[in-house]
Write a protein that binds this ligand. Structure first.
Ligand SMILES: [Zn+2]
Length: 237
């Protein structure tokens, strides 16, 4: 999910300025913040969940340092070098990104510990850095799930898949449905289409005409061809 209007950064910045909270007993990750830098990228990890498992924090951190540089290299080398992960009990969704800060639900991390690639989706939103209104939401989320599919480190164990095509679907269904369509386009003669769409959205040059400019067909024509023959080859890690 991508936040467009909310601004949790104030809260996060308040926490950044505060001293680390008291250590909680038991094996959980201590409350507070720490940061780690590898190869020019810094991850600040703020934990406010007294029950966060150390293994979960470790896996989220490894996913970040594995995936974010790959997404950056392919799509946006100018992306932020410093990212904040905030395990935030006050946040009631699954995860959401606003500028360089990703909120994570402690409840979700506890109940779905294999869903590590929620990281992969969210940090792609940081790489995307689309100005507000520069791309339809279904394209933004479709590209983020496309990145989760391509760069995910634990999708198989997380039981995360691109769903089979079904009659009645539309690209406006967004997320995984749009992501599968992007994979299909790549495999059917348009290997650079995701880069083109992503760059256009970031530079405010996305318009509906871009589909025809890049592929020779309108989006609706492409979708009709997809619906008529939707097979794709998929490989999960
Ligand atoms: Zn998203």
């Amino acid at each position: 999910m991508l936040k467009l209007l909310s601004f949790p950064s104030l809260l996060a910045l308040g926490l950044l300025a505060a001293p680390a909270a008291a250590q909680s007993p038991g094996p959980a990750v201590p409350l507070g913040r720490d940061s780690l830098t590898r190869k020019g990228y810094t991850l600040v990890f703020i934990n406010q969940d007294s029950a966060l498992a150390p293994a979960t924090k470790q896996r989220m951190t490894e996913a970040f340092f594995t995936v974010y540089p790959q997404e950056a290299k392919r799509f946006n080398k100018q992306t932020r070098r410093r990212v904040v992960f905030f395990v935030n009990p006050a946040y009631k969704g699954v995860a959401a990104t606003d500028h360089g800060i990703v909120d994570y639900s402690p409840k979700w991390l506890r109940e779905r510990p294999e869903d590590i690639d929620v990281v992969t989706h969210e940090v792609m939103h940081i790489v995307q850095a689309y100005p507000n209104g520069s791309a339809p939401g279904w394209l933004t989320e479709g590209i983020a799930d496309y990145a989760r599919y391509v760069y995910g480190v634990n999708n198989q164990a997380g039981n995360w898949k691109l769903p089979d095509y079904k009659a009645g679907q539309s690209y406006t269904n967004s997320y995984r449905i749009m992501a599968r369509f992007l994979v299909w386009l790549e495999q059917h003669g348009h290997p650079k289409v995701v880069e083109k769409l992503d760059a256009a959205a970031r530079t405010r040059t996305y318009t509906p005409a871009i589909w025809q400019q890049q592929t020779g067909k309108t989006l609706d024509e492409l979708w009709a061809a997809y619906a008529a023959s939707p097979a794709v080859q998929l490989v999960y890690r």
